[in-house]
Design a protein around this ligand. Sequence first.
Ligand SMILES: *Cc1c(COP(=O)(O)O)cnc(C)c1O
Length: 425
Amino acid sequence: MANRKAEAYIHDRALHPESLMMGYGYEPALSEGAIKCPIFQTSTFVFPSAEEGKAFFEIAYGLREQAPDESLGLIYSRLNNPDLEILEDRLTLWDDAESSAVFGSGMSAISTTLLQFLKPGDIILHSEPVYGGTDYLLKHILPQFQIRPIGFRAHHYAEDIDSVLNNADLADKIRMIYIETPANPTNALIDIAWCAERAHKLSTDARQVLVAVDNTFLGPLWQHPLKQGADVVLYSATKYIGGHSDVLAGVCLGATELISQVKIMRTIMGTMASPWSGWLLLRSLETLKLRMTSQMKNARYVANFLDEHPKIERVYYLGHLNESDPQFAIYRRQCLAPGAMISFDIVGGEAEAFRFLNALNLFKLAVSLGGTESLAEHPATMTHSDVDPAERIVMGVTEQMVRLSIGVEHPEDLIADLEQALALV
Ligand SMILES: *Cc1c(COP(=O)(O)O)cnc(C)c1O
């Protein structure tokens, strides 16, 4: 187990993450005995002495080696803050990561991480579709720094990646394989271990080819990319980790050697989370497993209902993969449960999809996902509206498609809402 503190064990037995979310990494005696970590709403910290202030900076800026018994003192909240440090320790437990870094949003986690590892002349191979903000970063921002994105289709990842690798001029420049799996909104799966194997073959002593996985859809409960060989895991913590649609945040996890590099870029770009966001996430983590388990169970009822409905042509749900489908083998290897994201094609087109969306009551018509309340949206005109229309069709994002994020409501109420809305179509 990576860098777990002694309090994570009873004798030699490692405690499960959900047992540690209430107190791990927090010492009540340092905060007047408060059972919960206070919000350290402060920009700067008072040094005990000038000598200690000097020592803190030497470690923070890597001016000398850290002594084995020496820890980095608190300096300034752009570098470190107790709420963020405790949160980072707790987040490592779910993915069994050595280290983590918390950011002000999912996009700041992704952009800071990519800018740290990619240099002019590098190629980043990335899955398609990816989250809209990530797509813009890859195609419009990174090229300004002479970093070239090459996309591969989620459904054809092996042939697309291998055709790039067979071109020696391109293969030599690849610095990162960036994966979003399951793909939004189609739930197409990409084999993380397969990509990691290709990346490790391409790596040389001089240049490590990193595999980064945006694990927002299934993590941190139902998919653990580091165990599949990924180097870096990224999250929009705005979604399941935050879970209440009331905070924006992001996370990057991996080996300490990589995360300490990401933290240098975070310090300089100022993309860390605020103490208040950190505190909200600490509170959210206590119920993470309860929420994600309840959402996952609800989604199964909803998907079963949709599958039977005559006004629905096709349901995209990981729990309904057929054993003969090659995607099923990937699912069995890298996913622990189907999660709570469901898309479906309604019979008809945009007009029918809109009639359905406008008729919903309990489901709210909104983008985003992973919160306690159920949401519905129309990918073609909302989350994926800036994707080239021809490319959108290739990805399987049609005018008929509706995407659902299932919350913690009673499943019978969710189904009743869907049923009455479908009746009005
Ligand atoms: C929402 C989302 C992001 C962006 O996260 P923000 O917190 O909105 O910045 C990135 N990736 C995926 C898969 C997302 O769903």
